[in-house]
Design a protein around this ligand. Sequence first.
Ligand code: PLP
Length: 359
Amino acid sequence: MTDIHSNIIIPTTKVKESNLSQLDLANIKFGHAFTDHMFVVDYDSGEWINPQIRPFGPIQMHPATSSIHYGQSIFEGMKAHRNKEGEIVFFRMDDHAARFCYSAKRMAMPEIPKGLFRKGIMELVKLDQAWVPQEEGYSLYIRPYMFATDEFIGIRRSTRYKFMVILSPVAGYYSGAVEVYASTKYTRAAPGGTGMAKAAGNYAAAILPAEEIKDNGYDQILWLDGRNHTNLQEIGTMNVFAVIDGEVHTPSLFEGTILPGITRDSAIQLLKSWNIPVHEREISIHELIEAQKKGHIDEMFGSGTAATISPIKGFGYDDQHYEVTLGDENSISTRLKNALQEVKQGNAPEEFGWVEKLN
Ligand SMILES: *Cc1c(COP(=O)(O)O)cnc(C)c1O
């Protein structure tokens, strides 16, 4: 069935002059540079109305805009790359649309039709395509988001929302391996909470914990479960993997406390296609420490759209530090990183249907 939204014409107001000449790719910082235009569509009482592309810039908000006060706000993060031919390719856009709707449902927000999500992104990237870097390692980060816009003070489901898409050219997110600290003081998510949604409030709650562990020399938090602070959950904005005696282990998603990463899922599918055993299960920090002491951990890594695969060179817990071997060029994390990069850039054939071209 064709989605009615794939055929809509989006009214477009273009900038008089592009800012592209001011883009300094060599010194780019993640999420600091934005393209010339943005996509905006409003939702009011059951209908998506007034889709438009207009010059990137400030939006006016009523002082009582409900998302500012009560946080009905969600987002996605995905990437477009250029392949060797210079064509623009998207990675798993439909899966990002599906996850966005999943987040929306949990936060009592309207789902956006997949066709509208896709059309907004496609048309915006088409208009700003000169901003998609060709240089190796660079890409265009795509940030779809939605927030409640009812103008009153009081807590209930908003009747109005804004869905927007902004674009940011980026280099790789993390450089090098990271050291993580397993916090027993803070909790990211608990069963029944919002951990599985890309909901703005989850990230606000993680800022202070992240600052504290940075003060202690660590890069990211390794979140443990909210009940007992025992089982691994994820790292900052990455899912976590441990390679133990040649087999891959990652926390399972069944409790709904972990963000279901699309990079995580891609990694699992690739590993399975290579006949490498993958175990989605409960992994306790004590088991991990035991495995580290006995020399059974081959390597550990995190996965996420921003960084793809990030090696982990050590973890802290209870004021102790445990070093983890870094993978060499034949290690699972290196193979995954390279394979994912090639697929995402549209330079490798893939059997999964993950990649599509800008049309
Ligand atoms: C976005 C995110 C991830 C990674 O998801 P991807 O789809 O792979 O980018 C992992 N954990 C959290 C908390 C996230 O917000």
